[in-house]
Design a protein around this ligand. Sequence first.
Ligand SMILES: [Zn+2]
Ligand SMILES: [Zn+2]
Length: 266
Amino acid sequence: MWLDSHCHVGAADFDADRGDVLARAWAGGLEALVAIGSGYGIEANSRALDLAGEDPRIFATVGVHPHEAIELDAAGRERLVGWLAAPRVVAVGECGLDYHYMRSPREVQRAVFAEQVALARERDLPVSIHVRGDDASAWDEMLDIWHAEGRGGVAGVLHCYTGTLDFARRALDARLEISFSGILTFKTADDLRAVAAALPLERLMVETDCPLLAPVPQRGRRNEPAHVALVGTRLAEACGAPVDAVARATSANARRLFRLPVPARA
Ligand SMILES: [Zn+2]
Ligand SMILES: [Zn+2]
């Protein structure tokens, strides 16, 4: 049984056939999924909450994506704090730093990420973290903020991991799990597969980040939660581990981090 630890099933891309997409996920062996609220505008967080309210196998996160950091105002803050109190919210996020697209200024991204780590600490919630950059600065600054605001009291996951082995080890030491997306299946991802193989399996997770990043052989099409099995199978090959052991380990890790009921049943 797989667990998609990071997907955007609330995105408008799924409006026409969301029921079919979710049915394929359950039929494809998913036990649960974590619907990420942020990434499509701050107000769209409520869609993840709505979906979590409709199916006990769906859990929600709410937060402010680094792309949207510049949009966060007093009203947005108030909404965020309200949503965080909802019973089906299992994490803050996705939040973090994106110095590749740079849709919000660096200092705003840093401040809004710091604010959310502090909120997670106050609320005793884990954090789903997004980091992207063309040099090491986004990764280093993320970890600095994580230590300063989390003070060792917050757990989290680095979603869609594409960093180095050295940084992954620093993250593991900082109570951060590592999640791999469809990028792990790309032809050019030999380095990333070597990183995955060198990490402890019990600290890893798998995700789709759908509707983006469809794994091979679906690459280029709309992604969906059922495809998390393709990511997990590639991870198993990279690690030289049985597929069912990888499914068990990654799902157990996600359930532990997000404190999901075991098992989530429809
Ligand atoms: Zn992300
Ligand atoms: Zn995402």
